[in-house]
Design a protein around this ligand. Sequence first.
Ligand code: SF4
Length: 141
Amino acid sequence: MASPSSTKYQLLPHCATHAEGLIIVATCDGASSVGQIGNEVARILTKTFPDKVRMCCLSAVAAGSKTHVDIFRKARAVIAINGCQLMCASKVLREKGIAPTYEIVVAKEGVDKLPTLDFDEEDVQRIANKISTEFIQKFQQ
Ligand code: SF4
């Protein structure tokens, strides 16, 4: 799982190779405040816990990519981050027979769903901290 250090980018473990040792994160990436917060939360969690947490392509799961469905099926655990109560990320996973281990709805966390791609970094950090405290840190124990 070694990452080259000479690159300017933070390289991550390859999902397909390392899924069994990772908490894989699905985010709906909805085109609204809450969807974009969810995506940013997934990005931050991945970058904060690079050897334990990895966001993976939910669109590929929805499109039926066997490689990506298998990544979620093999994962150590699955987090679904949904922007709003429609819970698209969780539904896509369940339609493929994948039960999320932990689910969250950003719109239930004190954030209004607004027709904007802008968001407050404080909301991102607060929700990332909640997922980390409620699930990731406990899961590591
Ligand atoms: S869960 Fe809500 S925000 Fe996310 S893609 Fe579905 S409708 Fe959009």
